[in-house]
Design a protein around this ligand. Structure first.
Ligand code: PGA
Length: 258
């Protein structure tokens, strides 16, 4: 059984005082959900605060990217080792907003996955098609192009990525920050496709890897999406800024008692 996972992506939001309230409210709101994994990915400057506020709670924290470089003359870059020093469990990689605003390619994201895994940080590799690609019927081709570079990692790096429990986040770009999410069936079709693609390269990896859905998750639509067999949780943007909504989304993924 793959343990369910909900990750909040705070994006470019927050401030020291606001975060403190939000961390505390989220800690209390998700307190009872002990059977799932929960993470919050915060802007880099707040990793230290996340470490201070969340240590000893059931919530892990993470970064929203890491550099493909380890050290050196790379102004503004932040390495995976650095975020690991602040106790980060997760790093989002290849998020569509990074692909859009900084032309982050899948090739670069895969290098970053390697760096994260080397530092013991769990990479959350975000993939998904844009509206144009979706409407043109190219969603699966896009997934092929984004996912297959992962299998070009050398054997040792791939083994490390597996060992740290690499996560795939399927986020149709057209559903991010939008009014509606993908339908449960649409999301399931893509998740199953992703799992099959992975299985063709490594069956064990495909069976164990968590594939989470992201894009306009709300307390109202989360349960129907999470009930799908290949959907192992969610990557939550806007609703993660509201502790009540975030905890309702966590509640929607908690497996029923039998
Ligand atoms: P959203 O963002 O939940 O606000 O649509 C999701 C994401 O970008 O990860």
């Amino acid at each position: 059984m793959r343990k369910k996972l909900i990750i909040g992506n705070w994006k470019l939001n927050g401030g020291l005082a606001e975060n403190k309230q939000r961390f505390n409210a989220t800690i209390s709101a998700v307190h009872d959900f002990t059977d799932i994994d929960i993470g919050l990915c915060v802007p880099y400057p707040y990793l230290f605060q996340a470490q201070q506020c969340l240590s000893g709670t059931s919530i892990k924290w993470g970064a929203q990217n890491v550099s493909q470089f380890v050290q050196g003359a790379y102004t503004s870059c932040v390495s995976a080792e650095m975020v690991a020093e602040f106790g980060a469990t997760y790093a989002l990689l290849g998020h569509s907003e990074r692909r859009f605003y900084t032309d982050e390619s899948s090739h670069k994201a895969v290098l970053r996955i390697k760096r994260a895994a080397d530092a013991g940080v769990t990479p959350v590799y975000c993939i998904g098609e844009t509206l144009e690609e979706h409407q043109a019927g190219h969603a699966k081709d896009v997934i092929d192009r984004q996912l297959l570079p992962l299998f070009e990692l050398d054997v040792a790096a791939f083994a490390r990525a597996k060992a740290v429990g690499l996560v795939i986040a399927y986020e149709p770009v057209w559903a991010i920050g939008a009014d509606i999410a993908a339908s449960p069936q649409q999301a399931q079709t893509m998740h199953a496709y992703i799992r099959d693609l992975m299985a063709a390269c490594d069956a064990d990896f495909a069976a164990k890897t968590r594939i989470i859905y992201g894009g306009s998750l709300t307390p109202d639509n989360a349960k129907a999406i999470f009930d799908m067999p290949d959907i192992d949780g969610g990557l939550v943007g806007r609703a993660s800024l509201n502790s009540q909504q975030f905890s309702q989304i966590c509640a929607a993924v908690v497996p029923s008692p039998h």
